[in-house]
Structure formats: structure tokens, C-alpha cells
Design a protein around this ligand. Sequence first.
Ligand code: FES
Length: 204
Amino acid sequence: MVHIPTRGTLPARVGPQIQNMPTYGPSKMSRQPYTDPVQYELEREHVLAKHWILGGHASTVKNPGDWMTFEGHGETVVITRQPDGSLAAFQNVCQHRGPAFVSEMTGCKARRFTCPYHGWVYDTTGKLVGVPEREDFAEEHLRDVRAPKVAVGEWGGWVWINLAGDDAVPLEEGLGADIMADLGAYKMEDMILHDVVEWDVPVS
Ligand code: FES
């Protein structure tokens, strides 16, 4: 059975039963919004950096110590399942010189992440917990250092992230009742991730 999303009294948004569709075809649509670098940067700043976006399927981080990385629109984020079952997420940016320090897509049984460049060590929440040759650094420069926090939540079988971190609105408020009703009907929490297919497409 295929679920057909509806919103209130409005007609279904997909399928042949949609009424009053404009007559122009896809060939008349401008591609400019999808390829314009200025628009892309505006979208990154005003939408993607402030709103909840999909980070991955929850089944990928089912058990404590499981982790996955999200990559998209120039950002890379590490998402981890904590021992108490909660999730943590942080920007995949080493606080020493700035490279990504987790390079694989998924893993399990993590207790630490070590930057491959000079060995700085982070716990599974992104907090800096180890620095080789620590005496070379002023203590105040290392105090409370962590990879920037990313807000993370779980709903509908998916892990959602928000780059605004502590400033993010609560997940359910951000998604809104309409989206949750539409997506909730698919019961994606009952689905299983079967495969991952990646495309590199130069659009925003
Ligand atoms: S860049 Fe990560 S430890 Fe130096």
C-alpha cells in the first residue's frame, strides 16, 4: 500500500489526483536557483545552518558506541550513540588546525576519536580529552576545548541535526505538526536501512 501525503483539507500533493496543476512542464523551470553560487551561500547561511536537517537513519547508530558521519553542503558532522542511549553530535573539525578528524562513514564501539595529524583525542561527545606533548600548549588554550556542538534529535526513525547547536529550536517545533503528520504516516521507524547509494551532484 502506498501512502499518499495530504495536508488538512488540501488535495494530495503527489499522484494523478492533483487538481489545478499549472500547465507548464519542467523544461520551463529555471535552473538558476539550483546552480547559483550566491543563492547557495544564502541557503547555507539562512536555512541549512539554522534548521533541522536529516543526519542519517537511526538504525545506523542503534547501540552505544555506534557512530556515523554526515556530510553535506560543506559541513561534516559526527553523530554518536552514548552509553545512556542518548545521541551526541559535533562538527567534525579538529580544534588544533581544523581538519576533519573522523574520515569514515560509520563505525561501532567507539570510545575515543583520534585526529590522524597530531594525535589530539576527543571523546564521543566531541570534548578534547587528550593532547600529546601537552606541555607545549598553554593550559588556558586547552581548557574546555571541544569540537563545536551540533544539536541532535531522533524522530520517525531518523536522526536529525541542527548546526545552530544550543540555539536550535526544539526538534518537534522545528519540524512542525504538518511535516510530522505527513512523514509520520510513512512509519519510517519500522523501516530498515538496506543500502547506501551516493551521488555527487553539483546543485544546492
Ligand atoms: S590537526 Fe588535529 S591534531 Fe593537529
